[in-house]
Structure formats: C-alpha cells, structure tokens
Design a protein around this ligand. Structure first.
Ligand code: GAL
Length: 849
C-alpha cells in the first residue's frame, strides 16, 4: 500500500477512534516502530523548516517522498519561537504547524525533535540568548531555573501540536518525538546532576502524554519507555539499552557541515548506502538522514561559531532545493530494494554466515515464506566472488548486495546506476548592479548609544547578541618625546581576543584585522601602529560569527576582547591598556539607522558607486536595486571579490558572507573504507563559500533592494546575481553479463528486461539535452566531466545517443549490442558512458512577417 493511501486510511481509522471502535497508535517492540499494529522499516530525512522558505516546503517534501522517504524529521528551534520570554513567533519561516501539515498532506510521517537543545550548527544550539540571563540558571543540568524554562517550552510545543491534532495518536503525522540531544557524554561528565537531569527530562517528556514514543539520541541510560538511539556515520554496531527497544539511527550523516575557512566535506553515496544497508542487515529498522536537505542559515542563525551561511551538507537535496545526483537517486534505489525486503526484515532475526574472510551473508526468513538476503564484502580493496545458495555473486569492495528473494540482486551499494548531474551557476540578466555606498562613520560615536566602563567586557554580556558587532574604544596620549616619533621602530599593538574576528582602527584608519577559526576561536592580534603625538583613538571592532552550539556549558564560553590589550615598544616598554577606561557601542551605526530596510535606508546620503567603489573602503554599506530574473531557477549572489559582512534583500538578511579561503587537503577519495569528514574534501584554495542563496520568494518583480555591509573593503562591482541549474548529466551503465546477477534497477519484476539495462538521462524541467558531449559504448575511461574513449568503442555511439536524446528533457537508451550496430569487442564486458549537455528550452519564433 502506498504511503498516501496508508495515511489517508489512517486518518479515517482515527476518526473511528472517537467512536471507540479502533485503537490508533504508535508503539514499538524489539524489531521496529509499530504503527497501527504493523512493524515498519522507515526511512526518514532531516529538513529543518527555517533553513528554507515556506514556498519551498511543498517541493522539498514531495522530493523527499519521491526519494523513498516515509518520515520527515525536524528539530524545533526555541530561539526563533520565543525571541523574548513569553513572546512567541510561529509566523512565516517559523510556521512549524504549517510545515508539519505539508508533511501530512504529502502522506508522510514526522519525527519532531523538540530538544529544546538542538546543537544543529545553530546559533547557541537553539537556546534563546535571554535564557543565559535568567537568575541562577545553568544549562542542561539538574538546575531548577533551567528545568522550568525547558519544561515550559517543551509543553508549549507539545500543546501546540496537540491543539492541531498533529500526533499520530490524534490522527496526525507525528510518530516520534525527541527530548534533549546527544546528552549521554555530558551526563557522564556531570555525574549525579547529569543523571538526575536526564531522568527528569525523560519523565517530563513522557508526562506530556503525546501518545507516541519518545527518543533520546546518544543517551545509553535513557529510562523506559524512552528509546535510546544512535547518531553517526555508521551505526551497525549500536544496540539499544533494552532488548525490547528497536534499533533506531536518528542521524545518518549524509555529508558534513562547512565552516568559514574550511573546505567542503563530501560523503560518497556508495559509502552512505553501504552504511545504511549494513545497519538494516544487522536488524536496524529506522534510518534518518541528517541532512536530507540542509538548506541555508539565513540571517544570524548559524552557530558554531564560524558555520557558513550554506548548510548544504552534501545532502541528497542541495542547499537550493535541487536534487543532487547521484546521491538522491542511488539512495532512492536503496530504499526501494530494502522495502522489497520489509516483510522478511521485520519478521525475524538474521542468520549470519561467513562467505569468506571479509564476506558475510545475512539472511532473513519469515514464517510465511519470505526470504531476503544481504551479501556483504567489507574488504576495502578487493572485489569478491562469493558462493551463496549454490550461485555465484560478485561483490565490489566495501559493498552490500540486496537480494529480496534470496536469489536475485536488485541493488549493490557500490554500483551507481543513476545519473550524475553537474550543476552550474549561470549569469542572469539582472547581473549588473548600479551601486551606491555609505561609509560607516568610525571617527566619532554617538554619545547617546555608548557607555563606558573600566576594563574589558565580555561581548555577549553587552550585546545580548542583538548584533555581531561590538566596539571597544579607548585613547592613549603619546608624548612627543617617544623615540618612535623620531625614526625608531613603530610600537606594536597586541590584542588578545576570545573570538571571533577583530578589526583594529587607529585614529579612524583600519590598521589590521585578525580572525579565529572554528577549532581555535581565541586569537591574538599583533600589528605595528601608527600613532602620533597627542591623543590617539584606538577603536577595536570585535565581531561574533555565530555563538557556540556544542561543548560542555557552551553558554558560558566567552566572546570578544578580554585582553590583555597592550602597546609594546614605547619608551616605557609595555603599556597595558586592559584596565583603562573603555567606551562601548553595541552594533554599527548603519544597523541602528536600519539602513538595510527600504524604510530606514533613506536616512543617510548615499554616494553614487563609480567613484566610491574603487576606494574599497572598510566598513562600508553598499546598496543597489535589481529586478527579479525570469524563470524559476534558484538564485544566488556571487560574492567573489568581496571580503566579509552580511547581505540583506528587501530588509531581510540572507546571512553572513565571508570569502575566506579554504585550507586543507583536497586529493579526491575512494568511496571504500571508513568515512570521516576530512577524507573527501573539495574546494581547497577557493573561497569556502562564494554563492549565497537568494530565495525567490523574497523578491518582488522589480526594484528589489540589495544592501551589503562589507567589513574589509571588497569590490562590489564584481558581485553578480546567478541562477543555479543543471549543466550536464552523465551516466554509465554496464551491459548485462550472464555471470553477474545484476538486475537493472528500473526492471524490478519485469523478466524480459533483465538482460537489457538502460541508460537514463534527465535534465531539469525547462531544459532539454542540447548536445552529447561524450558517448562511448565499449570500454570508456575516466569519470563524469573527463570521459575518454577506451580501447573498445562503438563508432555509432554518438549518433545513437544524439538521435535518441537531443532535443528531449529525458531519454533512455537500452544497452545492447544490437542497438549499436554490431558488437565492437566480442567477449568483453562493455558499458555505455555518456555526458549530455542540458540547456534551457528556447522557443524560437520563425514567423518572418
Ligand atoms: C550531531 C548533532 C546535530 C548536528 C550534527 C553535526 O552530533 O546532534 O545536531 O550538530 O552533530 O552536523
């Protein structure tokens, strides 16, 4: 039964619940989550509602469903919903109820991870910053003020869900909820306080009476009935803390997050599929991909610190909502294959046999005669030919074959049959901006918005995170007798910062900058300073790049300049400025004047671009208007040429930007072998993040206001608006070989098709295949983007592909000798490799009047 019809039926059934005729429930046993009496193998994917826009939600959820998911998981983000105590916001991107109702409408289930601690590379791990200032509070431990606040928010969310009938026990889609997040390690460190808090949290959650199970991830002690679950790159070795709990993987990491200054981490889909198949073969029954769509950290929602605005995560659906191939398609085939085994998997425990040194068979049989087998090869280097049930099977290295009938292989985790899509960022017609600029005035600060104190103050205590920026200003009197004024070496300024970035201004001039990194938030600025005789103004702009989201009592970690701050190389030697009188200003003047919004923008005189822009002044506001480009491809700003700052469109922040260059090693990687984020990196030596997602729904047809605040002084004339689309698609499929049992994916159950694998190519809607860049039936070499002809090549390859594909949005070509004229190299296993160029469909007007 399809999921839609299943859940519609469920809704009807639940109606009868009121009549007392049927019991509608989610429970669990040692094998699986049980929904209405049925054990289920469930695939789930994380899609965090505020990391996309409401107008994207339906499409994302539909894509999740088409990708073979049963469940959509999201965290709940406390700091969005309760910006100040008791004031709630569930509007727009924060409309959690709407998001869940879209999931429900699509016929999918929800896993609601309330937290309220969420980690998630999200600012302050999801905690509102005001929570830190509740008297006597200590986060995530046996502390009354914290527990009171946590209970308040948890009950608020549960109450909201109940009032909308969203729990499955009420006929809604929520089948699971999470309390806390990965508390186990912390709990152990805190001893009794940790254990008491964890037990309290579990009990408090259960007492909310949702009628569906609760989970705690990475919490070995989770008390009954709460299920402890696994997070990680692999989870097959995990077992729950009681024999009657199912094996649930709440975070199967599909890739990894990015931080400014670091490379992009990619996880090969062959390894992800291998990890999932391994978990299922060991009796796992629920897998959630973290992330399935990562999305964007709009505004100042990124945590870390140093987490990028992009939260793409190398997920099956990319940051922009487009399908990432082959990741999406290969997992879809995996889900299909596992679903074919569902009855056997939930009925029994596996019989495990060895098929070789590194090879095993896991066989599930049910009383009703179902049989499903997983044949695995853990060898990282060599393929294996194994014997199972008197048949031979070839297993590539580090792979698992799935046999839903214990005979025929429908899927192997290492054999990717689906196409690879190469994405590109294309110029749009609105790419040229006409800039105007306004310099943030650093020479004087408005007395009314400043205050003074002796010594250096912690940044968040002062800003309460209302802005990334805090000015620390002091002055030094330099005597005319200082020897550096008479030709000796200039003095040096030393500033110790606890993070995250710092710009030093001496008498209104930028003197230098320094930055921390995610691994090392603290840093020391050292630079020569050009002082003059008399009074000099030292203004330090300390910049936060997202508050921490993980680590023991991260709420108490410091940000900003805590010193020492000292001048070295004066006649007196060292002059420690740390305990001087310092003047503070929270935020920028431009922020206070609301220059980013269409209303506040006109409060200052902007200077027409051409002249001003060339100066590349630090601390500069830039503004321009643009019209929305036609079409519906996702849009982004290409910020190459700029330094660091923030971007607003029509008054809404699309996030922080920073073109910091990625350090690290990017050598390419093999899918085989244990994955870790540093294994498969990309983008070394390039800006970590060059493109910044501009949601279509934030644009009007014309006159959109783009405002940028640049800290360092970039070149805005190089900024352009680009659109993302598929540039080309590649596919490679082998012909059928009698000794290799390998159904083609599309041919489940169609016996006549077994011997005829097909290549499928597909451009995006609105595109068509404009040319065939490469085609070779034979033994082609290389990979997508750099294919070459091998020793065997059918000369008809191009002509056949052109005939079947050019001009079409999608096409399929059967891999068979007969299709290519004649066999180009008998007795050799051949394959077809193709790269096809995708281009927008243009309607040419042939009417000549
Ligand atoms: C997990 C955490 C998630 C996320 C992930 C890394 O440990 O539960 O919230 O932070 O790591 O992306």
């Amino acid at each position: 039964m399809g999921t839609v019809s299943a859940s519609r039926l469920l809704a009807v059934l639940c109606f009868f619940l009121f009549l007392g005729l049927i019991k509608c429930s989610v429970t669990y046993d040692r094998k699986a989550i049980v929904i209405n009496g049925q054990r289920r193998i469930l695939f789930s994917g994380s899609i965090h509602y505020p990391r996309s826009t409401p107008d994207m939600w339906e499409d994302l959820i539909q894509k999740a469903k088409d990708g073979g998911l049963d469940v959509v998981e999201t965290y709940v983000f406390w700091n969005l919903h309760e910006p100040s105590p008791g004031n709630y916001n569930f509007e727009g991107r924060y409309d959690l109820v709407r998001f869940i109702k879209i999931i429900q409408k699509a016929g999918l289930y929800t896993h609601l991870r309330i937290g309220p601690y969420v980690c998630a590379e999200w600012n302050f791990g999801g905690f509102p910053v005001w929570l830190k200032y509740v008297p006597g509070i200590s986060f995530r431990t046996d502390n009354e003020p914290f527990k009171r606040a946590m209970q308040g928010f948890t009950e608020k969310i549960v109450g909201l869900m109940k009032s909308e009938n969203l729990f499955e026990s009420q006929g809604g889609p929520i089948i699971l909820s999470q309390i806390e997040n990965e508390y186990g390690k912390q709990s152990k460190l805190l001893g009794a306080d940790g254990y008491n808090y964890m037990s309290w949290a579990a009990k408090m959650a259960v007492e909310t009476g949702t009628g569906v199970p609760w989970v705690m991830c990475k919490e070995d002690d989770a008390p009954d009935p709460v299920i402890n679950t696994c997070n990680g790159f692999y989870c097959e070795a995990f077992s729950p803390n009681k024999p009657y709990k199912p094996k649930i993987w709440t975070e199967a990491w599909s890739g990894w997050f990015t931080d400014f200054g670091g490379p992009i981490h990619q996880r090969p889909v062959q390894d992800l599929a291998f990890a999932v198949a391994k978990f299922i073969q060991k009796g796992g029954s629920f897998v959630n991909y973290y992330m399935y769509h990562g999305g964007t950290n709009f505004g100042r929602t990124a945590g870390g610190p140093f987490i990028t605005t992009s939260y793409d995560y190398d997920a099956p659906i990319d940051e922009y909502g487009l399908i990432r191939q082959p990741k999406y398609g290969h997992l879809k085939e995996l889900h299909k294959a596992i679903k074919m085994c569902e009855r056997a998997l939930v009925s029994a425990d596996p019989i495990i046999t060895s098929l070789g040194n590194f090879q095993q068979a896991h066989v599930y049989t049910s009383e009703s005669g179902d049989c499903a087998a997983f044949l695995s090869n853990y060898d990282t280097k060599s393929a294996a030919r194994v014997m199972f049930n008197n048949m031979h099977y070839n297993l590539p290295p580090w792979s698992i074959s799935i046999l839903p009938d214990c005979r025929n292989v429908v899927f192997n985790t290492a054999k990717v049959g689906v196409q690879t899509s190469n994405m590109e960022m294309l110029p749009t017609s609105s790419q040229m901006f006409s800039w105007e600029t306004y310099d943030e005035d650093v020479s004087s600060l408005d007395e009314s918005s400043t205050f003074t104190a002796s010594g250096l103050l912690e940044q968040v205590n002062v800003t309460r995170d209302a802005s990334d920026y805090l000015w620390y200003i002091t002055s030094v009197d330099i005597s005319s007798s200082e020897s550096f004024l008479h030709g000796k070496e200039l003095p040096t300024l030393l500033v110790q910062s606890t993070g995250h970035a710092l710009h030093v201004f001496i008498n209104g001039q930028l003197s230098g900058s320094a930055f921390g990194t995610r691994e090392r938030r603290r840093f020391t600025y050292t630079g020569k300073v050009n002082l003059h005789a008399g009074t000099n103004r030292i203004a330090l702009l300390s910049v936060a790049v997202g508050l921490p989201n993980v680590g023991g009592h991260f709420e108490s970690w410091n940000t900003g300049i805590l010193g020492p701050v000292a001048l070295h190389g004066l006649n007196q030697g060292k002059w420690d400025l740390s305990w001087q009188k310092w003047t503070y200003q929270v935020g920028l003047k431009g922020e206070a004047m609301n220059l980013v919004s269409p209303n506040g923008m006109s409060s200052v005189e902007w200077i027409a671009g051409s002249l001003a822009v060339q100066k590349q002044q630090p601390l500069t506001w830039h503004k321009a208007y643009f019209d929305a480009p036609e079409g519906d491809e996702p849009l982004a700003l290409d910020m190459d040429g700029m330094g660091k700052g923030e971007i607003w469109i029509n008054g809404q922040s699309i996030g922080r930007y920073w073109t910091a260059y990625a350090s690290g090693t990017c050598n390419g990687c093999s899918y085989a072998g244990t994955f870790r984020p540093t294994k498969c990196q990309a983008g070394c030596g390039q800006p970590t993040q060059q493109w910044y997602h501009v949601p279509r729904s934030w644009l009007k047809p014309t006159q959109n206001l783009l405002v940028i605040f640049e800290e360092l002084g970039g070149d805005p004339s190089r900024i352009s608006l680009v659109k993302r689309s598929v540039a080309s698609v590649c596919a490679e499929v082998s012909e059928f070989h009698p000794t290799i049992k390998n159904w083609h994916i599309e041919s489940y159950g169609r016996a006549e098709e077994l011997h005829r694998p097909k290549v499928h190519l597909r451009c995006s809607p609105g595109q068509a295949i404009s040319s065939i860049k490469f085609a070779s039936f034979g033994t082609p070499l290389g990979t997508c983007g750099s294919y070459q002809q091998g020793p065997c090549h059918a000369s008809t390859s191009y002509a056949i592909l052109e005939k079947k594909c050019v001009g079409k949005q999608r096409c399929a070509v059967t891999i068979a000798n007969s299709n290519f004229g004649q066999d180009p190299c008998p007795n050799i296993l051949k394959r077809l490799s193709v790269e096809a160029v995708c281009a927008p469909v243009t309607y040419t007007n042939n009417w000549k009047g």
